[in-house]
Design a protein around this ligand. Structure first.
Ligand code: ATP
Ligand code: MG
Length: 429
C-alpha cells in the first residue's frame, strides 16, 4: 500500500501499485471512467477502461459517487492533463462503501458547512489547514524542547479566575463550583520554582460574549514561564519562537500554503526583526492614521485590525498603562503608572496573538495590587506563597495558537482554522 503523494513521481511509471482512499471526483463516458482518488496525502487521477474490465466492473466504477471508499490496484503513467501530473490505469479494485449522496456539494453556505464540519474537514482546503496547524503545534513544542524547557500539565478545572470573573465557565463540582481554566499562567509560575523553564499547550475557556472573527470560547493556549528573566528577554524568546514556527511551516507545508493561496514571501517578511513600540507610541500612530483612539483606551479586534493592516511584520507593544492590565503584571519602577509587559500584534490586520510580561515578585507589591483590584487575598493564597518562599524575578507569555494559525494561513475567521470550533452559538458537531 502506498500513499498517493509517494507515487506521484517518475520512478513509479510502469509499476503496479495499490492505493486506498476516497472518491474525490468522477467523470465517465461510454468507454472511459475517470475517478480522482484522494488520501491524506494528495489526489491522483485513476482511469477505468472498458477493455480492461468486465462489464459489471465498469458499471460499478462509472456509477461511483463522491466520498465512496475504495482500494485500487493499477499501473502508473505520466499524464500532463491529469490533476497531479500522473495517472493510474485501474486493473482491479474493491469498494468498501458506495455512498448515497454526499451532503456537501458546491456553493453551500457558511452555516451549513459548520453544521457539517465533521464531513467538511475532508475537503482539500481543510486537509491543508489541518496539516499546517499540526506543523504549528509541533514547531511550538519543538522550539521549547530544543531550548531546555520542560512540558508541564496544569489542571483545566480550577477554583478561581486569572483574567477576570465575567468570562468564566462554571461547572458543578460535587456540591461545589469549579471553573474551566482561562489561562494556566498561575500554575506555570508554581512550576518554575521546580523546573525554571516550562511550557504547556492546553485549552483555555472564555465565556466571552463578544462575537468577533478572532474569539473562540474554547481555544488552544500555548503558555511559557521562565525564571530569572525580564520583559525584554521574554520578547526576544517569543520573537525567536514565532520565527522558528514560520520557518518550519514554510519548510514542511509549501504545498498546503499553495492550496490556500497563501503568499509565502509575505510570511518571509516576518523573519526580519519585529517592530517594538510603546503603547503610547502605538496610540499616536493610530491617531496619525485617523483613528478615533485616545491614551487609556483598550484596543479590541477592530482597532487592532485598523492599525495592523498597515504593518507587514509583527509589532511588540510595551509599557501599557497600569489600569489596562491585570493585577499580576509588574509595574515599571523607572516609569510610574506603566507596566513591564507586552502584546505581540500580528501584521496584515490580525492583531494580538501573544500577551506576556514580567510578573510581580514582591509579596507586598502583589498584595497591594490584589487589594486595588478588589480581589480577595485568600483566593490567591498559593499564588502569594510563591512570593513568600524563594521569590525570584520571572516572566511569561500566553500565545493563542488558533490566532497564530489564523494569521499564518491568512483566513478570515478563527473558526476556519480549528476543526470543531466552540463559540457562543456553536456546540455541535
Ligand atoms: P483579546 O483582547 O483579543 O480578547 P486577551 O487580551 O483577552 O485577548 P489574553 O488574556 O492576553 O487575551 O490571552 C492570551 C492570548 O490568548 C491572546 O493574546 C490571544 O492570542 C489568545 N486568546 C485570548 N482569548 C481568546 C479567544 N477567545 N479565542 C482565541 N484566542 C484567544
Ligand atoms: Mg492580552
Amino acid at each position: 500500500m502506498e500513499t498517493i503523494a509517494n507515487i506521484l513521481n517518475d520512478e513509479c511509471i510502469g509499476k503496479e501499485i495499490q492505493i486506498h482512499g476516497w472518491v474525490y471526483r468522477v467523470r465517465s463516458s461510454a468507454k472511459l471512467c475517470f475517478i480522482i482518488v484522494r488520501d491524506h496525502s494528495d489526489v491522483i487521477q485513476t482511469v477505468g477502461k472498458i477493455e480492461d474490465l468486465t462489464e459489471e466492473q465498469f458499471k460499478i466504477l462509472s456509477s461511483l459517487t463522491i466520498e465512496s471508499s475504495l482500494e485500487i490496484t493499477g499501473i502508473i503513467s505520466k499524464d500532463e492533463r491529469a490533476i497531479t501530473g500522473y495517472e493510474m490505469k485501474i486493473i482491479s479494485f474493491k469498494i468498501f462503501q458506495r455512498n448515497d449522496n454526499f451532503p456537501i456539494t458546491k456553493d453551500q453556505g457558511e452555516e451549513f458547512l459548520l453544521d457539517n464540519r465533521h464531513l467538511w474537514i475532508r475537503s482539500r482546503e481543510f486537509n491543508a489547514i489541518l496539516k499546517i496547524r499540526s506543523t504549528i503545534f509541533k514547531a511550538f513544542s519543538e522550539f521549547f524542547f530544543n531550548s531546555g524547557y520542560y512540558e508541564v500539565h496544569p489542571p483545566m478545572m480550577v477554583s478561581s479566575a486569572t483574567e477576570g470573573g465575567s468570562t468564566l465557565f462554571k461547572v458543578p463540582f460535587f456540591g461545589d463550583t469549579a471553573f474551566l481554566t482561562q489561562s494556566s499562567q498561575f500554575y506555570l509560575e508554581t512550576f518554575i520554582f521546580s523546573l525554571e523553564k516550562v511550557f504547556t499547550v492546553s485549552p483555555s475557556f472564555r465565556a466571552e460574549k463578544s462575537r468577533t472573527w478572532r474569539h473562540l470560547t474554547e481555544y488552544w493556549h500555548a503558555e511559557g514561564e521562565v525564571a530569572w528573566i525580564g520583559n525584554d528577554q521574554m520578547m526576544d524568546i517569543e520573537e525567536a519562537l514565532i520565527k522558528h514556527i514560520i520557518r518550519q511551516v514554510i519548510k514542511e507545508n509549501t504545498h498546503e500554503l499553495n492550496i490556500l493561496k497563501r503568499d509565502i514571501s509575505v510570511l518571509e517578511k516576518s523573519l526580519e526583526p519585529f517592530h517594538r513600540m510603546t503603547y503610547s507610541e502605538l496610540i499616536k500612530k493610530a491617531q496619525n492614521l485617523g483613528l478615533n483612539l485616545k491614551f487609556g483606551d483598550d484596543l479590541g479586534a477592530d482597532e487592532e485590525r485598523a492599525i495592523m493592516v498597515h504593518f507587514d511584520k509583527p509589532v511588540f507593544v510595551t509599557s501599557f498603562p497600569e489600569e489596562l492590565k491585570t493585577f499580576y503584571h509588574r509595574p515599571d519602577p523607572e516609569n510610574p503608572g506603566f507596566i513591564l509587559c507586552h502584546d505581540l500584534l500580528a501584521p496584515e490586520g490580525y492583531g494580538e496573538i501573544i500577551g506576556g510580561g514580567e510578573r510581580i515578585w514582591s509579596l507586598d507589591e502583589l498584595k497591594g495590587r490584589i487589594q486595588k483590584a478588589g480581589l480577595k487575598e485568600e483566593d490567591y493564597y498559593w499564588y502569594l506563597d510563591l512570593r513568600r518562599y524563594g521569590s525570584i524575578p520571572h516572566s511569561g507569555f500566553g500565545l493563542g495558537l488558533d490566532r497564530l494559525c489564523l494569521w499564518l494561513m491568512k483566513q478570515e475567521n478563527i473558526k476556519e482554522v480549528i476543526a470543531f470550533p466552540r463559540t457562543i452559538r456553536r456546540l455541535r458537531p
